[in-house]
Design a protein around this ligand. Structure first.
Ligand code: GLV
Ligand code: MN
Ligand code: MN
Length: 337
């Protein structure tokens, strides 16, 4: 299947273990060049916006679809890439729509953020994405309709101590920045566990000067906090003392694309499962900016693992997602005539 061949081609770009197309890298550029070629093959009119987002328009370009081509380090084959490749396929098949590949999603929706600041917004955006969780597999459903996307805040904390000799400074005379950071990491876990539906993660740590025989003088760590609504998110962010560098407000998916997706599942006798996304997506950025945004999730296998090379969806489920996306594009375009 062409969609799978293209996913393999993208996956091979960065080399190493898993997908390695971090935002801003040469690998992300190469992925965009490949996708631009596929858009031209599909007879789409190709444009790159000032933020580097790749846009391919068909003759009737009103309804947009797409996702991102960057990945986390050692990421999976489907996250982001599936939405772009399935989008190209569906737009070509339907003969209507526009496909977009946003830049640098994983590090904070950089491309879609710039797009909503400066672009002329489409009326509707539909994003196909791998679920990245176990819900659809547990419910025996190949596809699911997203009802909303959780709110998220990313920021950093810095801990200062005093460098010293690891062999000569007694334990009771130390100001070890990493110990202070470690206590904070435990506090992050406790605080998130106390809020229903919230999660928080410290995923990056920089220790300075960073030598085995030097007491850490400075530690910088990242904090990623998520909750289903602002009432739960904001107190947690305050309690953990994080100044947001990347906030994404909780967003509900719009009624019109949700209804169109429901209708397309129904005509294929597919089960209707609706679920909330715990992952952030470009659709949240567009939805928060007033675009009528909808998302279609594709069942994740392997227990729903994602942001890891073991991420998996089946060829059959992906083929169904392309069918439903192409039907939904046609349906929405006809409804806006
Ligand atoms: C994007 O993948 C995110 O939810 O971090
Ligand atoms: Mn993604
Ligand atoms: Mn991701």
């Amino acid at each position: 299947m062409r969609v799978l061949d293209r996913l393999e081609e993208l996956y091979a770009i960065g080399g190493g273990v898993g997908a390695n197309r971090v935002g801003g890298s040469d690998a992300e550029d190469r992925a965009h060049e490949l996708a631009a070629g596929w858009m031209r093959e599909a007879q789409l009119e190709v444009e790159v916006d000032p933020a580097g987002n790749l846009i391919g328009r068909s003759a009737d370009s009103r309804i947009w679809t797409g996702s991102h081509l960057d990945s986390v380090p050692n990421g999976g084959k489907f996250d982001g890439a599936l939405g772009v490749v399935a989008g190209i396929e569906a737009v070509e098949r339907a003969g209507v729509g526009t496909v977009v590949a946003f830049r640098d999603e994983e590090r904070g929706c950089v491309g879609s953020g710039a797009f909503v600041e400066h672009g002329l917004l489409p009326e509707t955006f539909l994003e196909v994405h791998v679920e990245q969780g176990p819900v659809l597999a547990r419910r025996g459903a190949p596809l699911g309709i997203v009802t909303g996307i959780v709110g998220m805040v990313r920021g950093e904390r810095v801990f200062e101590g005093e460098a010293g000799h690891a062999g000569t400074v007694p334990m009771d005379g130390r100001q070890d920045a990493l110990l202070a950071a470690a206590e904070y990491v435990l506090r992050v876990r406790e605080a998130a566990e106390a809020v229903d539906g919230a999660v928080a993660t410290v995923g990056e740590l920089q220790v300075e000067p960073g030598a085995a025989n030097v007491i850490p003088a400075r530690v910088r760590l990242s904090v990623d906090i998520r909750a289903p609504d602002a009432e739960r998110l904001e107190p947690l962010v305050r309690a953990l003392g994080v100044t947001p560098s990347f906030p994404l407000e909780p967003v509900e998916m719009a009624a019109t694309p949700r209804e169109a997706l429901r209708a397309e599942l129904a005509v294929r006798n597919l089960p209707l499962v609706e679920l909330v996304s715990g992952a952030g997506h470009d659709a949240a950025v567009l939805g928060a900016a007033g675009v009528s945004a909808g998302m279609l999730f594709v069942r994740s296998l392997n227990g729903g693992i994602s942001h890891a090379p073991e991420e998996l969806s089946s060829p059959e489920d992906i083929a169904l997602a392309v069918d439903v996306l192409s039907g939904t594009l046609t349906r929405l375009a006809a409804a806006t005539d």
